[in-house]
Every structure is written in structure tokens, then in C-alpha cells.
Write a protein that binds this ligand. Structure first.
Ligand code: PLP
Length: 386
């Protein structure tokens, strides 16, 4: 097999070696419990403080506004269910979009069963919400609006700052939650500037380990905790803090934001070149080309007369790793809700591949991928059409 070409960075990323080394040191040497009163506890506590400082300096927020969780999913659940249950007396209405990740859509469905009303905003063919529909949907009893920063399947960048302004102008009491799992580490995000009250992030999408995430929580937000116990993290998320994982997400965040603009322009260049190459392959259509409205690291393309799963495994034989739809939904046979919501032609629902880059992705790898696709597709189509 050729050298490995990993183009599935929206599913998960390789951990930075510096991050793995830091975790190893903490697990083997500085393994204290941050709640312990002795020196080993204080050493552990210092790692938590450092991680908070690293993240707060990126988001330009206060250190106490960072709450560590076990993953992006937990951060989304806590933001949405925690806000809804805490403020139930003030309102009963929630707003989100039709193309959110299941980590948002499932808590919304759960709250509907608890008697909340949820409005699902539609999106256009590029996955963009209509800001006038958002404005018209906000009511005096709207408790929370949840809109993703970057779509995980097609890379759409949502108009977060405009949405924040609209929400606060129409109802200053409505909380604004942003699922930034795919956006953090790839874009500058200033929650205060964008009127964001709550924002979810995951460690394993930014070259940190799996099993760690955080929730940015503006200091004026009050939540009902979902985890009860020893009262760690101000009682909002009980459970002994995972010091190695928290230190890891702090360092991984800092490393992603070092020379972010250089990394972004490099990734956008790679993306543009790859899209041009894909468009030259017969029977391939690429969505969301526009650089201004899409993330630098995601390319979604449909392949006429080829099933995505077949293509995925054929690429795998050449050491190329990609995804059909989003990884978390890939083991479900049902078609992607995002692709349906953007009005994808039926024949492409089952033939869409997501290529997702990281800062480690090279032009050479993408050129190899294009060459392999050019070679594979006619063969696979001959097989399909038989
Ligand atoms: N939100 C989005 C947009 C995602 O892409 C993902 C993971 O793919 C999640 C939430 C869930 O994050 P985690 O895997 O850390 O639970």
C-alpha cells in the first residue's frame, strides 16, 4: 500500500506529538487530583489553570467562563438542555437549524418530548440560513437559539455575527449557543463580539485527544447541571477533572491558533486547487466552492453512478481515508439530513464523499488523491453500470 493519506480530519485528527508528550508526563508524574490539598494536588491544579488561560486568551474571554466537559456532544447537551431546564419558567421556545449535528438535534428532540417547542430553520442549497427567517422566528418566549459555526458535512460557515446581532436586537433575553466543534481551531472566534452566550468545542478535532471538550459559558449565563456529584467546576460539571486531557486541549488549542492566518490561507489554497482538480474529473460535482462562505478544511463532492461506500473502500485500498457523510452518522443507513435539507438530487444522496484537511495535509497528497480518483472512477462505474 502507498503511504497513508488521511483526509478525514473532520471525523478526528492525529494528536500533536507535543500534546501526547504532555499527557504522558502528567499521567506518569504529575498525576495528582486537583482537589487534593497537598503539593501534588496543587501541581495538578496548575495544569487546569494553564489550560483555562490558553483558551481564554484565544477567545478573549475570562478564564472562569471555560467549563471542561468530556466531548463536543456533552458540551452541546449541557448548553441546550441545561439552559432549557434552568429557564423553563421564562420561555418554552427554542430555535435551531435543520443541518445541525445530532449532538444538537437529539437534545432538541428530547426537549420537544418534555413539552418545549422547537423551530427548525431551513437552509438554502449551500447550507446557509435565511437571516430574515431567523428574525421572524424569535418570539418573546424564545429561550435559546442554537446555530452551528461550521457544518461538519459540507463546510458551510454560518453567519454567526449577524445572527447574534439579530437575536439580541429582537429579544435580549434569548441565549445564543454556537456549536463550534468544526470551527474552533480553523477560524478566529470572539464570543463576546458575536453575542455568543454558550459555545461548544471538542478536543479531538483540533489535534487533541478524544474524550475532552469545553463549553464557553458567558459569566451571566445560568445552567442546570446535568452531572451531579462532588461539585467540581463550580458545581456545573461534577467529576474529578481529567488533568491530562484538559492540559491537552489547552495546548492543542494554543498550537492551532499559532499562525492561524498562515494555516488558513495555506488550507484555502489547497482547497481551491483540489476543487479545480475534482471539477476536471468527469461525473464529479463539488458543492460550496465559495471561499468566503465555507470552511478552509472541508470539500464535499458527489460522484455520479458510484456509491459513496464503494468509493470510500476503493480509496482506502490506496491508503486514502475519507468519509461518506459525517463519521458519527456514517454507520446509520439513512441518508444525510444535511444533504436532504440542502435539496441534493436523490441520485447523489448515496454518492457523496467528504474530504477534510488538516494543517498536515500537503498538495502532493491531494494530487495523488486526484490521480487515484481519475484511475478508479471509470473502473467503478463500469462495475456499477453492468
Ligand atoms: N458537533 C459537530 C459539528 C461535530 O462535527 C461533532 C463531531 O463530529 C460533534 C458536535 C460531536 O463532538 P464529539 O465527537 O467530541 O462528541
Amino acid at each position: 500500500m502507498d503511504k497513508e493519506i488521511y483526509l478525514d480530519n473532520s471525523a478526528t485528527t492525529r494528536v500533536f506529538p507535543e500534546v501526547a508528550e504532555l499527557m504522558s508526563r502528567i499521567m506518569l508524574t504529575d498525576y495528582g487530583n486537583p482537589s487534593s490539598l497537598h503539593q501534588k494536588g496543587m501541581d495538578a491544579e496548575k495544569y487546569l489553570r494553564t489550560a483555562r488561560e490558553q483558551i481564554a486568551s484565544i477567545l478573549k474571554c475570562k478564564e472562569k467562563e471555560i467549563l471542561f466537559t468530556s466531548c463536543g456532544t456533552e458540551s452541546d447537551n449541557l448548553a441546550i438542555i441545561g439552559t432549557a431546564l434552568r429557564h423553563r419558567k421564562t420561555g418554552n421556545h427554542l430555535i435551531t437549524t435543520k443541518i445541525e449535528h445530532p449532538a444538537v438535534l437529539e437534545p432538541m428532540a428530547y426537549l420537544e418530548k418534555q413539552g418545549f417547542e422547537v423551530t427548525y430553520l431551513s437552509v438554502d442549497q449551500n447550507g446557509q440560513i435565511d437571516l430574515s427567517e431567523l428574525e421572524a422566528s424569535i418570539r418573546p418566549d424564545t429561550l435559546l437559539v442554537s446555530i452551528m459555526h461550521t457544518n461538519n458535512e459540507i463546510g458551510t460557515l454560518m453567519p454567526i455575527e449577524e445572527a447574534g446581532r439579530i437575536i439580541k436586537a429582537k429579544n435580549p433575553g434569548t441565549y445564543f449557543h454556537v456549536d463550534a466543534v468544526q470551527g474552533f481551531g480553523k477560524a478566529e472566534i470572539r464570543p463576546k463580539k458575536a453575542n455568543i452566550d454558550l459555545m461548544s468545542v471538542s478536543g479531538h478535532k483540533i489535534h487533541g485527544p478524544k474524550g475532552i471538550g469545553f463549553l464557553y459559558m458567558s459569566e451571566n449565563v445560568k445552567l442546570q447541571p446535568l452531572m451531579l456529584g462532588g461539585g467540581q467546576q463550580g458545581g456545573l460539571r461534577s467529576g474529578t477533572e481529567s488533568v491530562p486531557l484538559i492540559a491537552a486541549i489547552g495546548l492543542a488549542s494554543e498550537m492551532c491558533y499559532t499562525d492561524l492566518s498562515g494555516k488558513r490561507s495555506r488550507m484555502y489554497d489547497l482547497r481551491a486547487g483540489f476543487i479545480e482538480g475534482l471539477k476536471a474529473v468527469p461525473g464529479v460535482s463539488v458543492r460550496n466552492e465559495d471561499k468566503e462562505k465555507n470552511a478552509p478544511h472541508i470539500v464535499s463532492a458527489s460522484f455520479e453512478d458510484v456509491r459513496a461506500e464503494v468509493l470510500l473502500h476503493a480509496l482506502e485500498e490506496h491508503g486514502i481515508y475519507v468519509s461518506s457523510g459525517s463519521a458519527c452518522a456514517s454507520n446509520h443507513p439513512s441518508p444525510s439530513k444535511t444533504l436532504i435539507a440542502i435539496g441534493t438530487d436523490k441520485r447523489f444522496l448515496d454518492s457523496t464523499i467528504r474530504f477534510s484537511f488538516s494543517d498536515f495535509t500537503t498538495k502532493e497528497e491531494l494530487d495523488t488523491t486526484l490521480a487515484v480518483l481519475n484511475d478508479l472512477l471509470p473502473k467503478l462505474r463500469r462495475f456499477t453500470r453492468r
